[in-house]
Design a protein around this ligand. Structure first.
Ligand code: MET
Length: 530
């Protein structure tokens, strides 16, 4: 199987296709924010980005939610899909494709792949007896359950099932999957998760059931329409359907023309097995190229506690964004949670972090320098930023951080990317404080005043670079900074990664009347305290 190379100019990434049993929760918002930041970074690098998100609408869990509401499953799904799309808009998520697994074109892809896998001899019929967790939509082995067959994730008992099902011959791909993971250290990230996957694989892979006799809400199995396709076999193929127009066959060639395979499948650690083990097996059988990387992030807690309905401490993404704006929410989760590890939300800390970095460090840097530029330089930059000495401390600091931040984005280390951008703003503030340009403007010689104007130029050029580096994470704030510095939306100095090179600000460039780029958070708290 061929693997994509770094030299290609395309970048295809996915979020999971979220279950629509309920409205989107903070965990799904977190994954999607992270994916959006990665997508925006690669767009800055002028890659041809395809960012796929969507919804997983079949299976027992969704049918149960619809039944509980007393509506038809499709109607239920339509309503929840609207709430997902509304939240993504609220969060300024720029996805390219939203795929729903109830789409007709997706059914054609599922049938085509099932047929191909069948032709490989990888589907057979057998009886299965085991313990099923509806929340996970997965059979559990004894070692994967707590006492009394309780699912450790859902804290609910699994149910015993005995079915005549179709099976996928995953065991046949044991060696290939093991090789894939052993020989490609970056296939599963972070490293702790990779070790977990290696453990599963080395334990031995067992065939898994890909049909359900007792679930009506799903695509009929082409091999026996009395059964429906197992929701995970169905949903994973949504990544392929997303790329294909209706009627186009899911061949390697067609898919590759449209960006296949994924450069990154972003997932939560709870669904890693499906993506890192089942999915490669399915693709090997279907003869399709494998993804380059599966990145699994951690779980979020609130006030140090697992969130849950019974605890009444669920963090709702909608009200949070409504109160604080999308940049604050995006920034907090991406900067403060080490991407790949678990993270905590505590509202007071959230507010302090956002105020400290976006309002004070970055916002104040821009605003105080622009205020001085207005007062002393007629709102006009006195020289090209490029004319400043190559050894200027801010120039050196910016160059060093740009290299680190690029590497961080490439590695999905979003927290490091945010830290690196902020480090430039911190350094620029320090430089302004030490240089005290206001003193020179007030009582310095003509030469002192020129030097003071250059301090503003250097500090604002550094702020510009910090802002471009941060723009995948805080798009609105970065957009306001560009405008405040006198750039148009289309200026490559602000909307390409090349723009992070020193020298964007030009002599004679004028800035508009200064306005705060990020207002300090002062509103009421919106979540219940722990
Ligand atoms: N529906 C799954 C979830 O939300 C993800 C499926 S990704 C193909 O966990």
């Amino acid at each position: 199987e061929s693997r994509s190379s770094d030299s290609s100019n395309k970048f295809f990434l996915t979020t999971p296709l979220y279950y629509v049993n309920a409205a989107p929760h903070m965990g799904s918002a977190y994954t999607t924010i992270a994916a959006d930041a990665i997508a925006r970074y690669h767009r800055l690098r002028q890659k041809q980005v395809t960012f796929v998100t969507g919804t997983d609408e079949h299976g027992e869990k969704i049918a149960e939610s619809a039944r509980a509401k007393g509506v038809e499953p499709q109607q239920h799904c339509d309503g929840i899909v609207d709430s997902f799309k509304a939240l993504w808009e609220q969060l300024d998520i720029q996805y390219d494709v939203f795929i729903r697994t109830t789409e007709e074109k997706h059914q054609a892809v599922v049938n085509e792949i099932l047929q191909r896998v069948d032709q490989q001899g990888d589907i057979y019929r057998a009886n299965y007896e085991g313990w099923y967790c509806v929340g996970c939509e997965q059979y559990k082995d004894d070692g994967e359950m707590e006492a009394n067959h309780v699912c450790p994730l859902h804290k609910a008992p699994c149910v015993q099932r005995k079915e005549d099902n179709f099976f996928f011959r995953l065991s046949r791909y044991q060696q290939q999957i093991q090789d894939l993971i052993e020989k490609n250290p970056s296939f599963v990230q972070p490293a702790s998760r990779r070790n977990e996957v290696l453990g599963w694989v080395r334990d031995g892979l067992r065939d898994f059931s890909i049909s359900r006799a007792a679930v009506a809400w799903g695509f009929p199995m082409p091999q026996d329409s009395a059964q429906t396709v197992y929701v995970w076999f169905d949903a994973l193929l949504g990544y392929a359907s997303a790329l294909l127009p209706p009627g186009e066959a899911a061949s390697s060639e067609n898919l590759q023309k449209r960006g296949w395979p994924a450069n990154v499948h972003l997932v939560g650690k709870d669904i890693l097995r499906f993506h890192a083990v089942y999915w490669p097996g399915m693709l090997m059988s279907a003869g399709l190229p494998l993804p380059e990387k599966i990145f699994a992030h951690g779980f979020l807690t609130k006030d140090g506690m697992k969130m849950g309905k019974s605890l009444g401490n669920i963090l709702e993404p909608g009200p949070l964004v409504a109160a604080y704006g999308h940049d604050a929410v995006r920034f907090f989760f991406l900067k403060e949670v080490i991407f790949g590890q678990d993270g905590d939300f505590q509202e007071e800390r959230f507010r302090n972090i956002v105020n400290a970095y976006l309002a004070n460090t970055l916002g104040n840097l821009v605003n105080r320098c622009l205020g001085l530029l207005k007062k002393n330089c007629d709102s006009t930059f006195p020289a090209d930023a490029a004319s400043l000495d190559a050894s200027h401390p801010l120039r050196l600091a910016a160059a060093a951080e740009v290299a680190k931040v690029a590497a961080a984005y490439e590695a999905c280390a979003l927290h490091e990317a945010a830290d690196g951008a902020m480090a430039v703003a911190v350094r620029a503030n320090k430089f302004v404080d030490e240089s005290a340009p206001w003193t020179s403007f007030k009582k310095g010689s003509q030469e002192d005043k020129e030097t003071a104007a250059q301090v503003l130029l250097a500090a604002l050029e550094a702020a510009r670079i910090a802002s471009v580096m941060l723009s995948p994470i805080t798009p609105a704030t970065s957009g306001r900074i560009s405008a405040q510095l006198g750039f148009s939306d289309e200026d490559p100095a602000c909307n390409t990664w090349e723009g992070t090179a020193w020298g964007g600000i030009r002599k004679g460039q004028q800035v508009p009347a200064p306005q705060p780029v990020f207002a300090r958070i002062e509103c009421d708290f919106v979540t219940a305290p722990a």
